[in-house]
Ligand binder design. Sequence first.
Ligand code: KG4
Ligand code: ZN
Length: 364
Amino acid sequence: MPRLTTILGLESSCDDTAAAVVQREANGSAQVLSNIVVGQNDLHKAFGGVVPEIAARAHAEKIDLCVEKALNDASVDLNEVDAIAVTAGPGLIGGVMSGVMCAKGLAAATGKPLIGVNHLAGHALTPRLTDGLEYPYLMLLVSGGHCQFLIARGPNNFSRIGGTIDDAPGEAFDKTARLLGLGQPGGPAVQQEALSGDPKRFRFPRPMLDRAGCDMSFSGLKTAVLRARNEVMQDETILIQDVRDLCAGFQAAVVDVLAEKTRRALALYLDENPTVPALAVAGGVAANTAIRAGLESVSADLGVTFTAPPLALCTDNAAMIAYAGLELFEAGHRDGMDLSARPRWPLDTASAPMLGSGKKGAKA
Ligand code: KG4
Ligand code: ZN
């Protein structure tokens, strides 16, 4: 029987400390043997966003425990893994350093190879882990920190063909929720209220649809929501139906922008004549049913398969880092002890850098 390849992955680039074990099976598929994620929401709640220093300290405290649990859950001994993969950026630098230092320690102690993984590549390769998608495919990353279209051609070969020039859609959902007195994270709360709202009552702008290309902007939308809210608010109070209609109007605007920009991104991607055309979406915002429906409908129009990995693998996790590490390992990639933690690390160095810096750290 051929020897299976087993990778331990570590992730600590934002506010989740995570470790996972992924294995390449004899039949060529990949299997998640364990996937441990320890969040930090409670630590940051009082501050209205992720505090980098608090995040870094929590990662340093928790990462060893996550590694131990991931190995235990997978019933794999550290000496049995073939390599140690770790997020080396982009992200909040203190957190990335915690993970990189831990991975270096493990690599030095065991003599196993070290592989630095780009966090965005982890997200972008997830549909290969979950659905065995073939290259090239189009990837839309939409979360609280990311928003970009990538054509994925290999574990180290991505073209970014568009993205947000300011806020990520998740940030816009979170800020809208805050303006309307809803809880955090804002996405699920706004989606819930939008269900009983009228999406046509408030006609919010569809930013950048009048501009060619696949770039997007979401920061103006929250200002539009703020203005509309102030118009309907009386004596500092707002009726629940007003909140619902504002949520529905806001969500409809985000859906329209993402759907139209996806249509354009798909057209560019289809120019490459992929054998099995596919669109994949990842990131927390991919949980939004209205957004999913919009993307599914655009994909169906253009004869493209639509894939969304299960939510636990769409949001930040270490299984995606272990899997990206597995593909890089198989391609012969190895890093040395000089691997550095990078706050910014664009996946596609040929495209212009992304602008803006979200609440969850610098965008690549
Ligand atoms: O991928 P994720 O867990 O973390 C990073 O941002 O890296 O994404 C979290 C974001 C939050 O902004 C949250 O409000 C948003 O995803 N989100 C949603 C929904 N569920 C989570 N946005 C819209 N609709 C949802 N159902
Ligand atoms: Zn992420």
